[in-house]
Design a protein around this ligand. Structure first.
Ligand SMILES: *Cc1c(COP(=O)(O)O)cnc(C)c1O
Length: 375
């Protein structure tokens, strides 16, 4: 059996090697490394795939979040609500811009931001909400958009883990993750569902005015050439990455399918085991399984991780420490007991290997190994 990886990017590359090598060689030979035709083509192809008016490529998913918040024209001290249970980048950029992060607890079933907790946290200073489509499934966007509309709050969807997920609204409308709020952001970090061969990211919007501002901010705040209308940053997706992404985008639906098949295998195996809880899929979203995350009951998740490691199986704890306890994000301002779900999740989650290249033999070996520890 092939060695099991948390994410197997080598095998994935081997399957598209000819296409990728040709496309990257072409960039080298034309030397249009920055804002070349590959970037423009990728932008258009991703707009078509997502069904969104504007895609603005940028350097990484953290920049995408920062630029999205910069475009909203917020004032220092304005409050931005986000999830306590997410990757640090989401809350980091809020603080960097001298905005006030307001962390709220999550929903136990979906790992996504709790609607009731958002509602409790809204104040007259709340100017934005950043729902994170964690592990590959959309937050409850109908409820979030309704709250945002009622209180006149902007919504920035962090789609770094959820690209390709489809949200279904109560009226049946289906939209891609990241295209429902005012702005969506994503990351093309290599291990993400649509990953490049380095760093990359993108911002999405259906709003023409925001698109102009976002395009200006990624390019030093420039409007007309050499006229700077606002403070911006330098955040670009390079042409080599765009060339890789164009090819991988054509395979994204197959990649999602492969992840969903692996997830279905795990969930079927553990369905009758009351010591583990398998991921629940909300009725308003598909799940693209960036991670496959179990909750284990009454057992040490780090013990299981160590045990699996001894069997040559990598597993990860996403995430072991709630953000409200982190020094950098204002730990003193929070009451630990206000986050019962995140506190519990940080002590019971474990993510199993999840990627596009898992064989049945590997999946079976992983499942049997987990089971033998749970005995
Ligand atoms: C990966 C990730 C980011 C940051 O993306 P980078 O490209 O690494 O900067 C932001 N938010 C979430 C939820 C992520 O998983």
């Amino acid at each position: 059996m092939k060695k099991i990886q948390m994410v197997d990017l080598v095998t994935q590359y081997e399957k598209i090697k000819d296409e990728v090598d040709q496309a990257t060689q072409n960039v080298f030979q034309t030397a249009q490394f920055i804002n070349g035709p590959e970037v423009k083509s990728f932008q258009t192809e991703l707009e078509d795939y997502l069904g969104v008016k504007h895609v603005i490529p940028c350097a990484n998913g953290t920049d995408a979040l920062q630029i999205a918040l910069m475009a909203l024209g917020l004032e220092p001290g304005d409050e931005v609500i986000t999830s306590d249970f997410t990757f640090a980048a989401t809350v980091e950029v809020i603080g960097l811009l001298k905005l006030q992060p307001v962390l709220v607890d999550v929903d136990r079933d979906t790992f996504n931001i709790s609607i009731a907790e958002i509602e409790k946290a809204i104040t007259p200073k709340t100017k934005a909400i950043i729902p994170v489509h964690l592990f590959g499934q959309c937050s409850n966007m109908d409820a979030i958009m309704a709250l945002a509309k009622k209180h006149n709050i902007a919504v920035v969807e962090d789609t770094a883990q959820g690209i390709g997920a489809i949200h279904t609204s109560a009226d049946g409308t289906k939209r891609a993750a990241g295209t429902i709020g005012d702005i969506g952001t994503t990351s093309f970090f290599p291990s993400k569902n649509l990953g490049c061969f380095g760093d990359g990211g993108a911002i999405f919007t259906n709003n023409d005015e925001l698109a102009v501002i976002l395009r200006s901010i990624v390019n030093h705040g420039m409007g007309k050439r050499y006229y700077y209308d606002r403070l911006g940053v330098n955040s670009r997706l390079d042409s080599v990455q765009a060339a890789v992404l164009r090819i991988k985008l054509r395979h994204l639906d197959d990649y999602i399918d492969a992840r969903q098949k692996a997830a279905a295998y795990y969930s079927e195996f553990f369905k009758d085991d009351n010591r583990v809880e398998t991921p629940k899929i909300a009725d308003y979203s598909t799940h693209v399984f960036h991670q496959y995350t179990l909750k284990i009951k009454g057992l040490d998740q780090f013990g299981l991780q160590e045990y699996l490691k001894s069997k040559d199986i990598p597993a990860m704890i996403y995430y072991p420490v709630p953000l409200h306890t982190q020094k950098a994000y204002g730990a003193d301002e929070y009451n630990h007991d206000d986050f019962p779900v995140t506190n519990e999740l940080c002590e019971c989650v474990i993510s199993l290997p999840m990627h596009t290249e898992l064989s049945e033999e590997q999946l079976s070996y992983i499942c049997e190994s987990v089971k033998s520890y749970l005995k």
